[in-house]
Design a protein around this ligand. Structure first.
Ligand code: SF4
Length: 303
């Protein structure tokens, strides 16, 4: 944080003077979420990284993180041939949520009880409907696995569970930091998403998938053969639903991998040039920086 403030201000309290006084403080690593934010609106990047203004996470973020923790708990137990149950997974998910809640409760519209109920519903869908497709991999002999996974007698194990990776960016001297949710010895990347609506094909073919392919290679893992996205949807006032999208034969092409690296290079070039113009769009209506953005107007910021 480079802006000298006696006490951290909220986004609403931030003034044009605070924004003007900010000094360049960009991170020394990149991530796909930084790239997506930069593509969405350069000024968001300015507020987040140059001004050091963090938007406190909403329920979707901390609720999704809690559901991930529950799934990770169960798969790690299975990996080590320990018993699991929906109850223990729920405990792991709600523990994670309660820790996050203690720091951010005031920014979440739902009550604590409502949040726990939604997390429990999403966790149950994962445990009952998705987990059976993932757990057969721990059996010694596999005849057939759902979703045309593989017809094989080989034992399939998870190579990585919530695996952190640092991917060097050629020619930039920086790294991409990321995490792969689950990766198995048959070369399946499995990404778990909790969301309000199902994903379309374009959203699925993202820079994130390209970085997974490059990260698997760097980690010395088997070649990525399939990418599966387990999507648990939280529809308004309805029971959560599950979708799984298997991007069969659609792992990112070499051209897409190069495009991802070039996109990171493009972001760095704009950072170096101090280009952080606003990109007004429908996204502004839900943008967490709207309050401060309205105050500073359409002035172009150069650092
Ligand atoms: S309100 Fe709009 S222009 Fe301003 S930072 Fe957010 S997305 Fe960008």
């Amino acid at each position: 944080m480079v802006v000298k403030l006696k006490k951290q201000k909220s986004v609403e309290q931030f003034t044009k003077e605070d924004v003007d006084a900010a000094e360049k403080n960009l991170p020394n690593y990149y991530s796909v979420s930084q790239l997506n934010q930069s593509n969405r609106c350069r000024r968001q990047r300015y507020f987040r990284y140059v001004c050091g203004l963090k938007i406190l996470p909403n329920f979707n973020l901390i609720g999704g993180s809690a559901v991930h923790s529950g799934a990770e708990h169960t798969l790690r137990k299975k990996q080590n041939h320990k018993s699991t149950s929906l109850d223990t997974q729920l405990d792991a998910a709600t523990d994670k949520f309660k820790k996050a809640w203690s720091g951010q409760a005031h920014v979440i519209e739902e009550t604590k009880g409502q949040c726990v109920d939604v997390i429990a519903a999403l966790t149950e869908v994962w445990y009952k409907e998705i987990q059976p497709d993932r757990v057969p991999i721990f059996k010694k002999t596999i005849k057939k696995i759902n979703l045309q996974r593989v017809d094989s007698k080989r034992t399939i194990k998870f190579t990585g569970i919530e695996q952190e990776f640092w991917l060097p960016l050629p020619g930039l001297g920086k790294y991409i930091l990321g995490f792969i949710d689950f990766f198995d010895s048959m070369g399946w990347v499995i990404d778990l998403k909790t969301t309000g609506k199902d994903k379309n094909e374009n959203e699925l073919r993202s820079h994130q998938l390209s970085t997974y392919v490059m990260a698997a290679k760097r980690l010395g893992w088997p070649k990525v053969r399939r990418i599966a996205l387990d999507v648990v949807i939280k529809p308004q006032k309805k029971k959560p639903k599950r979708f799984t999208h298997v991007l069969s034969k659609k792992t990112p092409t070499k051209t897409e991998l190069i495009h991802t690296i070039d996109s990171f290079r493009g972001m760095e070039a704009l950072d170096d040039a101090g280009q952080f113009p606003p990109q007004y769009s429908n996204d502004c209506s839900w943008c967490g920086y709207k309050a401060v953005c309205d105050k500073v107007g359409s002035v172009s910021y150069h650092v």
